[in-house]
Design a protein around this ligand. Sequence first.
Ligand code: IDP
Ligand code: MG
Length: 138
Amino acid sequence: MATEETLVLIKPDGVARGLTGAILARVEAKGYSLVDLRLVEPDRARLEQHYAEHAGKPFYEPLVEFMMSGPSVAIRLAGNRVIEGFRSLAGTTDPTTAAPGTIRGDLGRDWGLKVQQNLVHGSDSPESAVRELQIWFG
Ligand code: IDP
Ligand code: MG
């Protein structure tokens, strides 16, 4: 089977809390390969592209604002079934209820209604991965 690639973002809360190394350690320990990695301060246009599927939802504007609040680490990650596998490592969207053992479950915390502060992003399908890697790595 061909090796797959996904886009992983360590969101501004992960970078600000100094969790970049801890998150990368989990990804590397799982056996995935770092193909490219960069610290990025995305502008609104890039985030509107990235989160186009969520435009108009109540959490959209706070999400875009949050993602502009500081740098993120963008990672091109490769491995067998890495799209599904990273989503599994990340845990479900809300860090309060994400399973222990996952990045969000172990390291994410509930800051009031700010569910958007859940440390990481991972592409959710092969189509999303291609689209998102183009947005963040060109
Ligand atoms: P995912 O990151 O687990 O794939 P999505 O549903 O694609 O979750 O949502 C994208 C991002 O939007 C989430 O990671 C989170 O930061 C934010 N988000 C999703 N749902 C909510 C919500 O109900 N309130 C606030 N933020 C949300
Ligand atoms: Mg998503």
